[in-house]
Design a protein around this ligand. Structure first.
Ligand code: PEP
Length: 237
């Protein structure tokens, strides 16, 4: 079964979460992980769902105002965390912290969804593979002793596809996924799952499902409406 990650980002309020949980009750399989805003993680956990945080602090505990420790998140039952989302890299300089955060997560038995991806200019200048290799090296090189084929999952998310309605062609997406997998295999002897993220929706899911190299999806906007999200995940094998 493919892994499906629902990233709510900073969306949905208390009453929306209550409604969401009512709508999806008994309709979601174990391959779906919810990444609501941290405030609502407990609501999903208490209703029996697998949960992940959208981020963790770069420190384990202490004086970091506004951050949340992986240990605190682990206490409320997260199994996953997203690290290196392009919005965190852009707004919070997370390029600097990706390797530390991965180390903290994996040392505390929290699986990592590592987001990598090129922006539009890099895509147009055919720099995609260079960017992806650098983001992979930054994340992996210092963490080889804690990474295995199950605890690190790559989410390939072209930045120009996030929230724009645009997605890569099937040839480009397949080629890029295989390049990521081959690189990880030849350089680090790792066989990691590679998810696709960026404007996945009800209109393009059948197209994406034909691409064999996709091991799952990271879904932002299309996970916010529970009825539509259910229809979407029902189309994933
Ligand atoms: C994301 O931000 O991880 C994402 C995939 O968003 P969207 O599905 O809205 O493009």
């Amino acid at each position: 079964m493919k892994l499906i990650c629902a990233n709510f980002k900073m969306n949905l309020r208390n009453s929306d979460i209550k409604n969401y949980l009512n709508v999806i009750k008994d309709k979601v399989k174990e391959n779906v992980v919810f990444f609501p805003t941290s405030l609502y993680l407990k609501d999903f956990k208490e209703n029996g769902y697998t949960i992940g945080s959208q981020n963790i602090s770069f420190k384990d505990m202490g004086s970091v105002t506004g951050d949340i420790s992986v240990l605190q998140l682990k206490d409320i039952g997260i199994d996953y965390t997203i690290i290196g989302h392009s919005e965190r890299r852009e707004f919070f300089n997370d390029n600097l912290y990706v390797d530390k955060k991965i180390n903290l997560a994996l040392n505390n038995d929290v699986k990592v969804i590592l987001c990598i991806g090129e922006n539009l200019e890099e895509f147009e200048n055919k720099k995609t593979l260079d960017i992806l290799k650098k983001e992979l090296d930054d994340a992996i090189e210092n963490n080889l002793d804690v990474i295995n084929n199950d605890n690190l999952i790559i989410a390939y998310e072209p930045i120009w596809a996030i929230g724009t309605g645009k997605i890569p062609t099937s040839d480009i997406l397949n080629k890029t996924n295989l390049e990521i997998k081959n690189y990880l295999n030849s350089k680090y002897d790792l066989s990691l799952r590679v998810l696709y993220g960026g404007s996945v929706n009800l209109e393009n899911i059948e197209f994406l499902e034909k691409i064999n190299s996709i091991d799952g999806y990271l879904i932002g906007g299309a996970s916010l409406n529970p009825e539509k999200f259910l229809s979407l995940i029902n189309k994933v094998n």
